[in-house]
Write a protein that binds this ligand. Sequence first.
Ligand code: NAD
Length: 294
Amino acid sequence: MVLLEGLKIANQIKEEIAETVTKMKEAGQKVPHLAAVLVGEDGASLTYVGSKVRSCQKIGFESTLIKLPQEVTEEVLLKHIDELNRHPEIDGFIVQLPLPKHIDEHKIIMAIDPAKDVDGFHPVNVGKMCLDLETFLPATPYGVMELLERYQISVSGKHAVVIGRSHIVGRPMSVLLSRKGIWADATVTLAHSRTKNLKELLLQADVVVSALGVPHFVKGDMIKEGAVVVDVGIHRIPDARLPKGYYITGDVDFEEVSKKASYITPVPGGVGAMTIAMLLKNTLIARERAMTKA
Ligand code: NAD
């Protein structure tokens, strides 16, 4: 069994980006600038946004964090988005999800300029992804594809089962795996909460990407010998004995599944780290595109 070390690969990608940024500075060019909008005080969102901003600083990007209170109105949030869309210094920005219930998430995503939508959630960018056009790929599935490629794992002609059909992970994951290309070309089954024969499907899978959000759902007896297993799930499990009061685990029962898998991602240290690296990559791409347009 080979561990797919997302953290290690993510650090490599960040180093590559940092080298490009150094060259940009040396050439007197503007460096990429990522902005993040955070609404409320949700613990996981604070952690994610915090590490996105810290990563920007480490690799030489400019970053801006806009923190808004939980009770902010949709109108005020839309005003911030409009400013970011028009701000000449900001190359790309994200609005950290989930948003409070009184805000229409869809309306917010629609308001983001697709050219600055480095999360790749705007329908224009989703459409372009489906049509193999130049776009911003959503960071988590993009990270999974990049991880497979860097480990030289070909999924071509293989049967991949993706568990979960969310707009940010499962659905785009199924699209990317099934696209044409040397590191894609898989035959994909997209499973979800209404799927009746999941275990049967998983036992036929050469590649499993789990993104359903249930801790330790995928057990050893659901996986074919030699399968590639990618665990997207992130769960904070409360444990009062630990200094942080919780530990992080995934959708996959690592202890059982790692005995059968040929390759497997750990949690933490797997897909999560790749997600941030690919967001930074998208921001660099946004800057490069803006430069060629100028
Ligand atoms: P979501 O809740 O939006 O979607 C879950 C999907 O799983 C749904 O489509 C649902 O139909 C499916 N599902 C639920 N129960 C199922 C079952 N028993 N059998 C089959 N399918 C089932 O979740 P999401 O936003 O896609 O996130 C999924 C997991 O990935 C969460 O643990 C989340 O924290 C994690 N996540 C990780 C990263 C990362 O960077 N690693 C990024 C985003 C999300």
